[in-house]
Design a protein around this ligand. Structure first.
Ligand code: BDR
Ligand code: CA
Length: 309
């Protein structure tokens, strides 16, 4: 698999990137960055921190520094810390340098060089993807597969717009542009994230494996875990981006999905950024998204265990 990762790294993005780098048979050919959990400058730094840890060399491209329509975005520091890596105090010096091309330009170039060959997994706001669609209308048809973490499927969100998920909430216009343009995409929603957590015992086992990767996992997640454990609605250790990455790397982990028309609310005073799912076909719009509703969490745990061991 030839993989491009679009990310707003981010604690869970970091784990997803590690899963991809550790997976045999997958070549991560580019990482594109976007403002989301934190500003893109911090995202770039975090990506290089992960690449250094994994001793991997992958071209990194700086992407959009704000959503298509500014004014709504704010960093998610409660979950990811001010730095985006949970206040990680390990080796923070990185000599990594971004490529000169902008992320959206690189996305367009790469898929034109090898139409149909790339899988893109989007782990943050879809700003870069939307820009690539606008730069080159043939871009979506030349992407082999698009998997994204984002959106809600039954209005259970995690932002101050209570029905909206963070990535979609950050840049709703980008969701609209991307979903309208792509012939197909696979969606890993917030509700599916809530249904597929690790138990706290599983988290403790992984965090205690004693390898450099496991120590890093432990260090970047400690404050996130403290934050999440306050909520009785949070059933265990949540894995939004890692789940999206897991089903990208191993589509066989998908247990159930539905092919549906999905779009997004742009106006709602309380609901801007909520993705809207036509689950009965009432709109008569052609289905554009494979909405994943169940997956094999034990298989995801195995991927983590192998990656951190
Ligand atoms: C998504 O938002 C971000 O905080 C996470 O990295 C993930 O991509 C979950 O809603
Ligand atoms: Ca993310």
């Amino acid at each position: 698999m030839r993989l491009i990762i679009d990310t707003d790294a981010g604690v869970d993005d970091a784990q997803a990137i590690m899963l991809a780098l550790a997976h045999p048979g997958v070549r991560v050919e580019a990482i594109t960055t976007v403002t989301g959990n934190v500003h893109v400058d911090k995202v770039v730094h975090n990506v290089f921190t992960v690449l250094d840890l994994m001793r991997a060399r992958v071209p990194v491209y700086r992407g959009a520094d704000q959503p298509l329509v500014p004014g709504f975005w704010e960093p998610e520091e409660r979950v990811h810390g001010a730095d985006g890596l949970g206040g990680y105090r390990g080796e923070r010096q990185t000599r990594g340098k971004t490529e000169p091309e902008a992320a959206a330009v690189a996305l367009v170039r790469l898929v034109n060089q090898a139409p149909g060959a790339y899988t893109i997994v989007a782990l943050g706001p879809l700003t870069n993807l939307a820009l690539a669609c606008r730069l080159d209308p043939s871009f979506p048809d030349k992407v082999g597969a698009l998997v994204f973490m984002g959106g809600t499927i039954s209005a259970l969100g995690n932002t101050r717009n209570l029905t909206a998920e963070f990535n979609a909430f950050c840049d709703p216009e980008a969701v609209l542009v991307t979903l309208d343009a792509f012939p197909a995409a696979t969606m890993l929603s917030w509700e599916t994230t809530l249904k597929h957590s690790f138990s706290w015992q599983q988290y403790d086992t992984l965090a205690g494996l004693g390898t450099p990767a496991a120590d890093f996992f432990h260090a970047i997640t400690t404050s996130t875990v403290q934050f999440l454990r306050q909520f009785r609605q949070v059933p265990g250790y949540l894995l939004p981006d890692p789940l999206a990455m897991a089903i990208t790397l191993e589509p066989g982990l998908i247990v159930e999905s539905q092919h549906l028309y999905v779009t997004v609310e742009l106006q709602g005073m309380l609901t801007r950024g909520q993705t809207v799912v036509d689950y009965m076909g009432i709109s008569q719009r052609a289905p554009n998204v494979h909405v994943v509703t169940a997956l094999n969490t034990a298989g995801v745990y195995d991927l983590f265990y192998r990656m951190l061991s």
